[in-house]
Write a protein that binds this ligand. Structure first.
Ligand code: SAM
Ligand code: SF4
Length: 434
């Protein structure tokens, strides 16, 4: 029996794909890279923006044709899109056999055994689920919590992934130990908002701790002691990014000094419309504190250009905040209207050309700022995790503790190396072995 699991979207989906592959391997499946050779094709989807939804639809169209040729082919649609009414319409249209939401991925084996099956429940068992450690991998993801309690008006995640559930700390530590044993040298702790780990239901800055759970800052220190040389985490919500976390990063040598802190907009009017729960002054106070306690930290963000109602003045405030925060990197998106979200129901989408023109200005600014920020590293010794050969001849490639793409002269073995940065562009550090 041969299967292909095709993944769209974020690291959470990659982690779920890894769990599904382990479950399938357990019942005798091997894996192929071409759906023409597969008996089972599972499409693990993303629904955060329109583009990944379009990609999934194109693929499902091809799979439907393949199924008309080969009756024995089973098609599964799983992940965020499967959870939404939009995805369920798409599943029906393309004759999908199995549909599982992100809270039901561990039901994959019974689903295959039944042939036609769907589940959109949030399986409580998932919080105890530990996938087997990967073999031969240097980097790994480790889920510490699932779901999101926030209600950002543009976002489908609370509907697709359900409310926040934290995994027991001991399970996380056991998984981290297994990853270390398997030879992993960099682990990324994952969650929609990792820094609400172990907090009572609700939102806001003042949430009480769940009984028996450490805080996220304590968890960072605990994972830092496991002995994996690099520990990262993604993503943090600014409202819960407290000083305790910044201090834990500063005190724990294994934790990389890299913070991804999505701001979305620099305009207080837009932040309010987005229901982000903070204003620009509060957000910048977090950035200043990070820069103060971790002067060598790299900071990245997410931004949305052209949110409904955004004026030129609002957008200029975003550009101003960007300059002030001096981000090392950013993920920038045009606003994408998503069915059923409060923004889609209550606000009017801006013309596409306005959104794209603003995104272009933002991207140009980000290149300028990243280029300046990256010059700080020229002449410095940095640690790089080499993954393999670079697309540039005569170089190998990896990433620094600060998450810069690093291109290094020669062909160093995969693993951790010390290098000296010789020059830098907006998106790469060039280096030679130290
Ligand atoms: N939980 C994280 C947070 O709050 O920052 C991020 C999760 S979300 C999957 C990743 C990013 O996608 C968001 O930070 C936002 O910038 C972007 N995003 C989410 N919904 C979007 C939409 N409807 N249109 C454009 N970008 C969107
Ligand atoms: Fe979406 Fe907001 Fe939750 Fe992030 S915090 S996943 S943007 S609702």
């Amino acid at each position: 029996m041969r299967a292909q699991v095709i993944t769209f979207g974020c690291q959470m989906n990659e982690y779920d794909t890894h769990s599904i592959q382990s479950e399938l391997a357990g019942i005798g499946y091997s894996f192929v890279d071409d759906y023409h050779e597969a008996d089972l094709v599972i499409v693990n989807t993303c629904a955060v923006r329109g583009k990944p939804v379009d990609k999934a639809q194109t693929l499902l169209g091809e799979l439907r044709k393949e199924k008309q040729r080969r009756r024995g082919l089973t098609i599964g649609l799983i992940g965020c899109l499967a959870q939404l009414p939009e995805g369920q319409r798409i599943g029906k249209k393309f004759g999908v056999d199995i549909m599982l939401g992100p809270g039901a991925v561990t039901q994959i084996v019974p689903a295959i055994q039944r042939g036609r099956f769907q589940s959109f429940e949030f399986d409580n068992e998932l919080k105890f689920y530990t996938p087997p450690a990967p073999t031969g991998a240097l980097t790994a993801h480790l889920i510490i919590m699932r779901g999101c309690n926030h209600r950002c008006t543009y976002c489908v995640v609370p509907s697709t992934r359900g409310p926040e559930v934290s995994r027991p700390a001991q399970d996380i530590i056991n998984e981290a130990r297994a990853l270390k044993e398997a030879g992993v040298v960099e682990v990324t702790l994952l969650g929609q908002n990792v820094n609400s780990y172990g907090l009572e239901p609700g939102t806001g800055a003042r949430r009480a701790r769940l009984e028996g759970f450490p805080s996220f800052a304590e968890l960072l220190r605990m994972v830092g002691r496991v002995g994996i040389p690099r520990v990262r985490f993604l993503t943090s919500h600014p409202i819960n990014f407290d000083d305790e976390i910044i201090e834990a990063i500063a005190d724990t040598p294994a934790v990389c000094r890299f913070v991804h802190l999505p701001v979305q907009s620099g305009s207080d009017r837009m932040l309010k419309r987005m229901a982000r729960e903070y204003n620009s002054e509060y957000y910048m106070s977090r950035i200043r504190r990070i820069r103060q306690l971790l002067p060598d930290a790299t900071i990245s963000t997410d931004l949305i250009a052209g949110f409904p109602g955004e004026t030129e003045d609002d957008f200029n405030e975003t550009l101003e905040l960007y300059r002030e925060a001096r981000y090392d990197a950013a993920y920038m998106f045009v606003y994408s209207e998503r069915e059923g979200t409060p923004a889609a129901v209550h606000f009017e989408d801006l013309p596409r050309r306005v959104k794209v023109e603003r995104l272009t200005r933002l991207v140009n600014l980000s290149k300028e700022v990243s280029h300046e920020q990256n010059q700080r590293w020229v002449g410095q010794r940095v640690e790089v995790l080499i993954k393999g050969p670079s697309d540039e001849q005569g170089f190998c490639q990896g990433h620094s503790r600060g998450n810069h793409v690093a291109v290094v002269e020669g062909d160093l073995e995969p693993g951790i190396h010390q290098v000296v940065v010789t020059h830098a562009t907006a998106n790469r550090l060039y280096a030679r072995p130290a």
